[in-house]
Design a protein around this ligand. Structure first.
Ligand SMILES: [Cu+2]
Length: 151
């Protein structure tokens, strides 16, 4: 390969790796009672780039399974269900909040309570991967039926 061409392709790859358009803020995980096996993580995801980016998968160190979920009405009932991705518009944000979009932690492998923190890794379709520590917080009681609707 011609050395100039090689240099250009290496430089382009370096730019892709360095482009950090995604920022995660205000992340937290809901405290749950000791007998509960599921919880959820909430956060604001900001995209400073010119293209919309989607959160496509996640992992965490407190549960076996991590899914992307939303919450809404189906046949007149409030239910949670899995979504393939969570889109973050260009120069915009996605708000993951109780009764809306969330990262579902299924099959907790330990009790999580206020003061703990859960390590999350979030993977995006632009190749970015963001690691955050989410503090565990107590939320108001109306969250319990919400978490129980998980299928
Ligand atoms: Cu859920």
């Amino acid at each position: 390969m011609n050395p100039i061409k090689l240099f250009v392709s290496v430089a382009a790859a370096a730019v892709l790796v360095l482009a950090g358009d995604i920022k995660v803020e205000n992340q937290f995980v809901k405290e749950v009672a000791p007998n509960m096996k599921n919880s959820a993580a909430f956060m604001t995801i900001k995209n400073s780039g010119n293209k919309s980016v989607s959160l496509v998968s996640a992992t965490n160190d407190a549960s076996t399974i991590t899914e992307l979920h939303t919450h809404g009405k189906k046949d007149g009932m409030m239910v949670m269900y899995k979504v393939e991705k969570i889109e973050v518009p260009a120069h915009g944000e996605a708000l993951l909040k109780p009764m809306g979009l969330h990262v579902m932690l299924i099959g907790l492998n330990k009790q999580i309570k206020e003061g703990d923190s859960v390590n999350l890794e979030l993977k995006f379709d632009n190749g970015e991967s963001v690691k955050v520590a989410a503090p565990v917080k107590k939320l108001a009681g109306q969250m319990k039926p919400y978490l129980d609707t998980h299928k």
